[in-house]
Structure formats: C-alpha cells, structure tokens
Design a binder for this molecule. Structure first.
Ligand SMILES: Nc1nc2c(ncn2[C@@H]2O[C@H](COP(=O)(O)OP(=O)(O)OP(=O)(O)O)[C@@H](O)[C@H]2O)c(=O)[nH]1
Length: 401
C-alpha cells in the first residue's frame, strides 16, 4: 500500500537531512548509539525505553551489518558515474544518512534556497504519482513552513527534524473535519428516525460491495440495517446487491429494473421507519459526471430522500480521475464524505493523499480487499503511520465476492 509515495517522502526527508549535514559541516559521531532504532522506520515502531538487552544486541549487530553495507555503498559511490549513481537504491541512500550518526559542527539556519531543488524534485515526482496539483503545492508550502528559517544546532537530531517536518506537512493535508457516522446513527435513533446514507459514484468503483461491507460493519456494532436497491439502471445490479445482502444477513428493498431510484429509496426509508431499523444504505447507479440525465436523476434522489449523508465512493487506482469525479459529484449533490476503494492495490497513493484536501471533505473509510471485513476507518494519523512505514498493514488476498 502506497509503496511509491512512501519511498518518495522518505527520500525527500533523507535528502534534506544530507543538505543540512553538508551546510553544518557535520562530522560522524562514532560512539553514539542510534537515537531511533534502525528498524523503526520500516517495521513496527519500538520506543527507546522499550528496547531490552537482547534487542540492543540485535540492533548492535544489525548496526554492524548495515555499517558494512554503508561502506560498500560508499565504495560504489566513489566509483560510480552519475548514471550508475541512480542505480543505488533509495533504501541504501536512506540507510547511509540514518546509520552514520552525524552532528553539525556549527549552528545553521535552513534557507529556502537550501531545499528548493529537493522540493522541486518532489513536486515533479508527486505529480507523476497522480497527486493533485493543488495538493502538491500545499504540501511543498507546508514543508517550507516547517523548515525554512529554522535554526539547527549541533545538539539537534537532524533526521528527526526533517522526518517530522514532512510528516506534519502530510498530516495537515489529510486532516479534514471528521464525521462520526455512529454518532449520527445514535442521535437519529434517539429521535426514532433511521439514518439514511446514499452512495454515489461512477461505474465499477465498488459502491455495491462497499455498501455490503458497511452493512456488515454496522451489523457487527449492533445496528439494524436495510439496503435500498437504488441502482435500477444496470442489468443485474439488483441481483448482485441481493446476493451481497444475503451474505451479510440484511434485507433489501427493491423495485423492478428501470424503476424510479428515488421511489425505491423512499420506500426503504418508510420500511425502516415502520420497523425501527437504524440505518438505510442506498445504492445508486454508477454514472459519469458528464451524463446529464443521470446526474439530474441523482439530484432528484437526494432532493426526495433527504439523506443524512451522501457518500462518494471512488476507486483509488484511478488517481486524479477519482478526485475530478468527486469534485463533480460534490458540485451536483454536495457530498459529505468519501470512501476510497481498492487501496490494497494502490502503490501510488495519489488519490488517498489528494481527494480529501481537494474537495474539503473527509475520507471516512478505505476499502482494502475483497472480504466483507475489508473496510477500515480512515484517520490522518493512521495514514501518516502507514506512509512513514511505522506500521505495517497486512492485506488479505482471500476473496469473498
Ligand atoms: N481489491 C479490491 N477490490 C474491490 C474493493 N472494493 C470493490 N472491489 C471490486 O471492485 C469491483 C467493482 O465493485 P462493485 O461493487 O460491483 O462496483 P459498483 O461501483 O457497484 O459498480 P456499478 O454497479 O457498475 O456502479 C468488484 O470486482 C469488487 O470485488 C477493494 O477494496 N479492494
């Protein structure tokens, strides 16, 4: 997940670190143990205080191993032409800056010109990774805000400063005002009303399966759920939804194919009210934002059914397209939040990084696989941890649908 994005961000932090070292005429500190366990950036984080004797030994031996590797890389570096230099992996470069503990000889102040070329490179790479332009610009601005004008003294931990600067810049992008779906459900329940959630998006992004996943999650939390078969447009859509509903054990309210989508959802809401069901999850037909008739239809659905939430479901793999589609749906029906699917297959991470900031709405959940339980709550801290390799996420390759 987000492998390429992760690499780019860490490479940037690493290069800024090197720049600061050069400017401050840093010298190697031979005796010092690494302040951050070497393993921490690529494996589960271990706090300094928690490192016990065997682990210290392990780290020491790892340190020796890596030092050897560093020497090898140094040798290769000495001999390489600039073309060859490109072949030294990022991992080697990063190890180089992180394992040779250095201290600045003199205090420095980071100037914009010190990091400009590195940030320009990052800008191009992020655009290539399908991160939206406005998001790239904001991110670069954030990193500059964090670093430019900052004094770094010989006692400072340069690696920590640069990594944290990039982390904060990312976190700022990802932090949209949250929506607590359970809170909304509880409030409506107290008033004796069902919570109505309408799902919108283009074809094939994963709306139907996401509805089934959310129904499964809500049921597990003890809420009663009914699904409205509002995709009356695509042949087979109702049957597909019924199969999912059967699998997760919830009821579907349906009309015939070709029926009025708003009427189906309206009926499902009446059904929920009559039986005291907590949540109505309404499927709608996938539609391109350019299809005027279908966009008028979705506007009618929202007008008639007055949902508590309209959720845009986007396919993370489509990168900038998902952002563009979300913008169009937001203009048409004012979406409240976003669910991004197929994150398990997404190396670029462009949509996940961009979509919330670009339209100013929160990502609520991420679809991370093809089982009903593969829907996880999104949270900026969680994503930052994933991007900086502090926490691994195990995807299941099992398929339930
Ligand atoms: N790997 C992966 N596949 C997913 C995920 N979510 C959905 N899919 C797959 O995406 C495909 C499309 O899912 P659907 O739920 O049918 O999409 P839809 O948006 O309802 O499609 P339309 O009815 O055409 O609008 C299916 O093959 C799903 O199994 C996910 O999080 N990860």
């Amino acid at each position: 997940m987000f492998g390429k994005l992760k690499e780019k961000l860490l490479k940037t932090a690493s290069k800024i670190t090197e720049k600061i070292y050069n400017k401050g005429e840093a010298e190697e500190v031979k005796e010092e143990k690494p302040k951050i366990p070497l393993t921490s950036l690529f494996r589960t984080e271990t706090k300094k205080e928690e490192i016990r004797e065997p682990e210290i030994k392990k780290i020491e031996s790892e340190k020796t191993e890596i030092s050897k590797k560093v020497e090898e890389v140094k040798e290769i570096k000495k001999e390489t032409t600039s073309e060859d230099e490109k072949k030294i992996s990022f991992f080697d470069r990063f190890i180089l800056t992180r394992t040779i503990k250095k201290a600045l000889k003199k205090e420095i102040v980071i100037l914009e010109e010190d990091i400009e070329d590195i940030l320009e490179e990052l800008e191009i790479e992020l655009l290539e990774s399908d991160v939206a332009l406005e998001v790239v610009e904001k991110l670069i601005e954030n990193i500059k805000k964090e670093l430019v004008g900052r004094k770094i003294s010989p006692n400072d931990n340069v690696e920590e400063i640069t990594i944290n600067a990039v982390k904060n810049a990312i976190k700022n992008i990802l932090s949209q005002e949250k929506i607590d779906i359970e809170e909304i459900i509880k409030k409506n329940k107290a008033k004796g009303k069902p919570t109505v959630i309408v799902f919108v998006g283009i074809n094939g992004t994963g709306k139907t399966t996401t509805i089934a996943k959310l129904a499964y999650k809500l049921k597990q939390k003890g809420y009663s759920v009914v699904i409205a078969a509002g995709d009356t447009f695509r042949a087979g859509a109702i049957e597909q939804l019924e199969q999912h509903a059967k699998n997760v054990g919830v009821r579907v309210i349906k009309h015939k194919q070709g029926a009025d989508s708003a009427a189906v959802i309206y009926d499902a809401i009446q059904h929920a009210k009559a039986r005291g069901i907590d949540v109505v999850l309404a499927d709608t037909a996938g539609r391109q934002a350019t299809n005027t008739n279908l966009m008028e239809e979705i506007k009618k659905v929202v007008r008639v059914t007055k949902p508590d939430l309209v959720i845009f479901v986007g396919d993370a793999l489509t990168g900038n397209d998902a952002v563009y589609q979300a913008e169009e749906f937001n203009k048409a029906v004012n979406i409240d939040g976003i669910i991004l699917t197929k994150i398990d297959a997404d190396a670029k991470g462009g949509a996940a990084l961009s979509i919330g900031y670009a339209i100013g709405k929160p990502i609520l959940y991420l679809g991370v696989g093809q089982r009903y339980e593969d829907l996880i709550e999104f949270d900026a801290d969680w994503m930052v941890k994933k991007l900086f390799g502090e926490e691994e996420f195990k995807f299941s390759t099992e398929r339930q649908f």
